[in-house]
Design a protein around this ligand. Structure first.
Ligand code: ATP
Length: 322
């Protein structure tokens, strides 16, 4: 491998910058050049790039977002789009690509691998919903950001007899909701993976908390739960007459300086990606299993399934008294 192209794609996540920095510096250490592709596959099609050296990634670890910008590109999925992406790689002399993103990003890498390019994927998404990896870059920061907001919300809500319904990110996966819910001591946590029995899962825990003397109730809802936070709040109000207040945390959860955990995971994964390429391996996804860094064939990785963490779910049910 002589020259690597690195890009971020799909939704951005805190720690992506630390991964870029790591890819660049590890490459240079191994005598490999690095080119940053801006705006994911959109930039690959349009030749939107920036050469990266040791100094150009200096101080990047602590910055949220991604210096290479991120994008989604429908054009890339077409035959012509793929040909244009291939042409950019030829023009710039890129023999390998490192893509940081989610499953969609890995699917894109697979199509480029079929054209003969060496590709490596790094899991970067705040949702922690990549099946082959127990951890994805950005998850810890997103959970901490949500938790900080919820703690503040609780301070103000404690003075009133109210029910806070907070919507956190997670259209298809409840990992953020579950972890944040356990960490903040929520009354109820709702995730898209489990069908909601309102009487048993929501109203009864609220009633029991009230009977135990609580006057404030914290309900954490993943955005993918049917009806979202507003729908859930409406149902609670109808059943209990409680004054419900909805807070949708939204994109603040994607921002901010990455936590130690995200900086370290991103740095190791960036290092691993280049190490694999330097050893002649390709078409792999760098992943974590427990505290270890491992790698999987992309096709194999995409075929894997990840459910909700049952252990955390059980702990949540016990602690919320369901
Ligand atoms: P997130 O977890 O934030 O959604 P993601 O990487 O899964 O991240 P997607 O929007 O699904 O985000 O994918 C990013 C880009 O990857 C798409 O805009 C598209 O250019 C490319 N891509 C996705 N699926 C495919 C596919 N089946 N074939 C080729 N390219 C794809």
């Amino acid at each position: 491998v002589h020259r690597i192209g690195v890009f971020t794609s799909g939704g951005d996540a805190p720690g992506m910058n630390a991964a870029i920095r790591s890819v660049v510096r590890t490459s240079l250490h191994m005598g490999i050049e690095c080119v940053g592709i801006r705006r994911g596959y959109h930039g690959l099609i349009n030749g939107d790039f920036v050469p990266l050296d040791f100094d150009s990634v200096s101080g990047l670890s602590r910055r949220g977002g991604t210096m290479l910008y991120s994008a989604r590109s429908e054009d890339f999925k077409s035959k012509q789009g793929l040909e244009r992406a291939e042409a950019t790689c030829k023009l710039l002399g890129l023999d390998a690509l490192v893509g940081i993103g989610g499953d969609g990003t890995f699917r894109g890498l697979l199509t480029l691998a079929q054209k003969g390019l060496s590709v490596i994927g790094i899991p970067g998404t705040i949702d922690n919903d990549i099946a082959c990896s127990t951890y994805t870059i950005g998850f810890d920061t997103a959970c901490n950001t949500a938790l900080e907001s919820i703690d503040k919300l609780r301070d103000t809500m404690l003075s009133h007899e109210r029910c806070s319904v907070v919507e956190v990110m997670g259209r298809h996966a409840g990992h953020v909701a579950l972890n944040v819910g356990v960490a903040c001591g929520a009354t109820v946590v709702l995730v898209p993976e489990k069908e909601v029995d309102y009487e048993e899962d929501v109203m009864e825990p609220i009633r029991r908390a009230r009977l135990a003397g609580r006057t404030h109730f914290m309900i954490i809802v993943a955005e993918g739960v049917e009806g979202g936070a507003y729908g859930v709040a409406q149902k609670i109000h109808e059943a209990t007459a409680l004054d419900t207040r909805v807070t949708v945390l939204g994109h603040v959860q994607r921002g901010g300086a990455p936590t130690v955990r995200d900086r370290i995971a991103a740095t190791y994964m960036g290092y691993e990606a280049v190490r694999l390429l330097a050893e002649g391996k390709d078409c792999r996804v760098v992943a974590m299993q427990g505290e270890s860094y491992v790698d999987y064939d992309i096709t194999e990785a995409l075929a894997m399934q990840k459910g909700l963490d049952q252990q955390t779910y059980t702990v949540m049910r016990v602690l919320t008294g369901v």
